[in-house]
Design a protein around this ligand. Structure first.
Ligand SMILES: Cc1cc2nc3c(=O)[nH]c(=O)nc-3n(C[C@H](O)[C@H](O)[C@H](O)COP(=O)(O)OP(=O)(O)OC[C@H]3O[C@@H](n4cnc5c(N)ncnc54)[C@H](O)[C@@H]3O)c2cc1C
Ligand SMILES: NC(=O)c1ccc[n+]([C@@H]2O[C@H](COP(=O)([O-])OP(=O)(O)OC[C@H]3O[C@@H](n4cnc5c(N)ncnc54)[C@H](O)[C@@H]3O)[C@@H](O)[C@H]2O)c1
Length: 468
């Protein structure tokens, strides 16, 4: 007989749903996970993994070209077909077989189809009604937002899905948006020889320190891209098969393809929220244990919560959610205070993010502007990464910048941003300093190895001054 009753039902088997299910299973619960497309979700097939695969070859080639000796050996252009083939390998040709096998090995039951909440602790998939003894967790993620621009939807533009799964580089690509997707895809396609035009209504990477967008914008122009800042599209049409985008400064942009990268909407229109008194199409707001506000049996994690739209942060939430659902179900002690095992405290002021442009942007915690808005008394320390011995070995004429934002009352770090080639692996040290609230005077005893780029830490501390 097929089981239709489980301790926990997870809707959505993206990275986040998989992790909620895994933790709850390890906590002793029986778990059903429901997936309407591919197990592994957006990140594996249309987001993080394919986008980074499209970026990596260009990074590797330019890195070789920046070092005397290997520069002379790397004189050709990218083999774009080989880049797409490598991306296909990394996405397993859009087959989720290995992830299904992983679920099976982890003891998690999978049902394919659209999960709809039809009542309290009740999820219907097709004609089958499943009931949860303890909880339902919504992990349905997000989809690309198409802004209300005249003619845009009818023109059937690319979203991130088409940009990450394309098999050919168009001759020209216009991109609406100046966030992470826009900056990364502009970098990837410009590396393929596509003529890229970015249409940015404010500044590039506006949520980062201002120098990040400036340095990335400059390097995109060096890669051949055109960057329009402070303009908005007013209308989109198709002319002779091409896209024509009208801008509010009177300029128009023509391109073979158009990518819309203007943020995300929650995938909650078809999950039955109306059946439990919630608004279909809304984000699901939760407390720090990922329990949806106003419900004792409904949880949500990942993009759908709008807490932080990043895979690693969604997986962090998933670990807290899976563990706390198991703890509450089994009557174990719940640790839901700040930094407790069942609270996603880091979501608030300790989120790391890497934007895989060239230069990379790696940041964690608060920018100077965000720290000031939050009422901290801060001091900002900047350092030119090119002056670090390790960086001068990494690339000839290395150019990059680092910023540390210090809470002057507690003498701990609130935020760090690195912009430069290969800075992404510097980030975790900063995350540990922030989460651990390591005092500045103790950080002087964390000695970076010579000659690594991590010596930027020493330079930042020296610039700040040693507390006596
Ligand atoms: C182009 C791009 C690049 C990105 N790169 C990075 C990166 O480098 N690093 C990073 O940290 N983040 C990155 N992100 C963000 C990252 O992709 C998301 O934060 C992450 O995928 C969210 O995971 P999730 O499990 O919450 O949602 P998803 O991965 O979207 O998974 C949700 C799953 O739920 C399923 N589903 C939806 N509705 C139902 C239903 N009713 N019934 C059953 N199943 C359903 C979907 O099919 C999907 O499989 C990127 C995003 C984009 C768009
Ligand atoms: N490397 C990574 O970690 C990575 C990579 C890609 C995406 N992501 C995540 O995916 C999410 C989505 O990325 P995104 O780039 O789509 O969103 P975003 O929020 O980063 O950027 C949206 C951009 O679109 C612009 N915009 C919004 N509405 C507009 C309109 N009507 N007209 C013109 N411009 C408009 C905004 O000004 C902004 O520049 C982000 O939260 C991001 O964190 C992460």
């Amino acid at each position: 007989m097929t089981t239709t009753e489980y301790d926990l039902i997870v809707i959505g088997a993206g990275t986040v749903g998989e992790n909620v299910a895994d933790r709850a299973t390890q906590g002793g619960l029986s778990v059903l996970i429901v997936e309407s497309e591919l197990v592994g979700g957006e990140c594996s097939y249309w987001a993080c993994m394919p986008s980074k695969a499209l970026l990596r070859s260009g990074h590797a080639l330019r890195a070789a070209q920046r070092v005397g000796g290997s520069r002379e050996a790397s004189t050709g252009a990218l083999d774009v077909a080989a880049v797409f083939a490598r991306r296909d390998h990394i996405t397993h040709d859009w087959s989720d077989q290995s992830q299904v096998e992983w679920l099976d090995g982890a003891g998690i039951d999978l049902v394919r189809g659209t999960g709809v909440i039809t009542g309290v602790k009740e999820v219907t998939v097709g004609h089958t009604v499943y009931t949860a003894r303890h909880a339902v967790c919504v992990c349905t993620g997000s989809a690309a937002l198409l802004p209300a621009i005249d003619g845009l939807a009818e023109s059937e533009p690319w979203t991130s899905r088409e940009a990450t799964s394309a098999h050919e580089a168009p001759a020209s690509l216009a991109i609406i948006g100046g966030g992470v997707v826009a900056a990364e895809m502009a970098t990837a396609y410009a590396s393929f020889g596509t003529r890229v035009t970015l249409i940015v209504r404010s500044t590039l990477l506006a949520s980062e320190e201002p120098f990040a967008g400036e340095l990335v914008g400059r390097s995109l122009q060096e890669l051949g891209a055109t960057v329009h800042l402070g303009v908005s599209p007013t209308g989109v049409s198709r002319v002779d098969g091409s896209y024509l985008v009208q801008l509010d400064n009177g300029v128009s942009v023509t391109a073979e393809k158009l990518l819309v990268a203007t943020g995300r909407v929650p995938r909650t229109t078809e999950i039955g929220l109306e059946n439990i008194g919630l608004e279909p199409g809304s984000w699901l707001h939760t407390d720090d244990t990922l329990r949806v506000t106003g419900y004792d049996w409904l949880y949500a994690a990942g993009d759908v919560t709008h807490r932080v739209l990043l895979t690693h942060q969604g997986k962090y939430q998933a670990r807290a959610a899976g563990d706390v659902i198991a703890a509450r179900a089994t009557g174990a002690r719940v640790h839901d205070g700040p930094w407790g095992a069942h609270a996603a405290t880091a979501d608030h002021e300790a989120v790391p993010q890497v934007t895989f442009t060239d230069p990379e942007v790696a940041s964690v915690g608060l920018t100077a502007a965000a720290a000031e808005r939050a009422g901290y008394e801060i001091r900002v320390v900047d350092y030119d990464l090119g002056w670090v011995a390790g960086a001068s070995l990494q690339a000839d004429d290395y150019s990059g910048r680092a910023r540390m934002v210090v809470d002057e009352r507690r003498k701990v770090i609130l935020g760090v941003t690195f912009v430069g080639q290969d800075v992404s692996e510097l980030l975790h040290a900063a995350t540990i300093a922030i989460v651990g609230q390591v005092p500045i005077d103790r950080l002087w005893h964390a000695v970076p190895a010579y000659p690594t780029m991590s010596e930027v830490w020493l330079r930042l501390l020296e610039s700040y001054g040693r507390p006596s």
